[in-house]
Design a protein around this ligand. Structure first.
Ligand code: ZN
Length: 319
């Protein structure tokens, strides 16, 4: 039983490959953060060496070791100080030249491949060009367009997309015993990132931070120019600034939906009263302009514009 939420097509494809003994030498799993890329890679690693009847059975010795990350044939390589480096790839090449210790396959999962340095990427390319026997490589990256085409073309690419809201809601209530109302809110907020929804269900601090960030936004709108400039300065120091802005994007979009009488599309469903109040103060066009401002700011942050200046322009532009 694959313990994966959503991504049924990818599970079907991998299951069939294992059944027909036509597993690819290398897979590249892409998709946004927290969508389930690493979970899928680990389930694939378990399935490849499972000795039970329905791989991955989740209970045989091999599956148990994979789940605990103690399987000697499972190698996981993660970035160090933000990058995958050439030394890590060299260590990996040495390691992969050995035969499997216990299982049928040595499985290597390399996360965040988009962070690989040019040298590290070239070393990986060599490995992909001459794949060692009995080795399956699973590369994980946010997006295949940022990788060398020569690497992408040597992997079977599995592009994961957002998991439907209903599936996340159901999984939260059934598998993680989250209460119905919380599950509904978390599923909406997750925007298809199941991993985020599970984290937020387990860690109350995540939802508390969201509450504070929404409070900050509503406060800001009541502030004078001086108050807004001060808020810009404070907020520009936040390391998770893009997360805050993404949350505010959902807020303004929700204000628009309420104004358009499309309340069923609202994401922040636990703030309906506040959203209705805002929709009565900001008409559709104003809300759209506010949303556009947040999008522009997010774009500017990727272009290394000074965050404080960018936020000042944003906040002073709001009515
Ligand atoms: Zn098993």
């Amino acid at each position: 039983m694959w313990r994966i939420i959503g991504h049924n097509w990818a599970v079907d494809l991998l299951q069939r490959a294992i059944q027909n003994e036509r597993v690819a030498h290398a897979y590249l799993i892409t998709g946004p953060a927290n969508v389930g890329k690493t979970s899928l890679a680990i389930e694939l690693a378990a399935a490849l060496n499972c000795t039970g009847d329905a791989p991955p059975c989740g209970s045989c010795k091999s599956c148990t070791k994979v789940a605990r990350a103690t399987h000697p044939d499972l190698v996981i390589v993660e970035p160090e100080d933000g990058h995958l480096k050439i030394d890590q790839m060299r260590d990996l090449q040495r390691e992969l030249s050995l035969s499997p210790y216990e299982g049928r396959w040595r499985v290597c999962i390399i996360t965040d491949f988009q962070t690989a340095t040019a040298q590290a990427a070239n070393a990986m390319l060599k490995t992909l060009e001459e794949p060692p026997a009995r080795v399956i490589l699973i590369l994980i990256a946010t997006d295949s367009s940022s990788l060398l085409p020569t690497i992408v073309s040597r992997c079977q690419v599995l592009p994961l997309r957002a998991v439907p809201t209903e599936q996340i809601e159901q999984a939260l209530t059934e598998r993680w015993s989250v209460q119905a109302e919380s599950a509904r809110v978390l599923a909406r907020l997750s925007a298809g990132r199941i991993g985020w929804a599970i984290l937020a269900a387990k860690d109350a601090a995540i939802m508390e931070q969201r509450r504070q960030d929404l409070e900050t936004l509503r406060d800001l709108l009541r502030q004078s120019t001086a108050g807004r400039l001060e808020a810009a300065e404070n907020l520009s120091k936040r390391e998770d600034l893009t997360e805050v802005l993404r949350l505010w994007q959902t807020w303004w979009r929700d204000v628009m939906f309420v104004g358009l009488e499309c309340e069923e599309l609202v994401v922040n469903v636990d703030y309906m009263d506040a959203l209705r109040e805002q929709a009565s103060r900001y008409n559709w066009t104003q809300a759209e302009q506010a949303l556009g401002g947040v999008q522009d700011t997010l774009q500017q942050l990727t272009e290394n514009v000074n965050p404080r200046l960018s936020l000042e322009v944003l906040f002073l532009g709001w009515h």
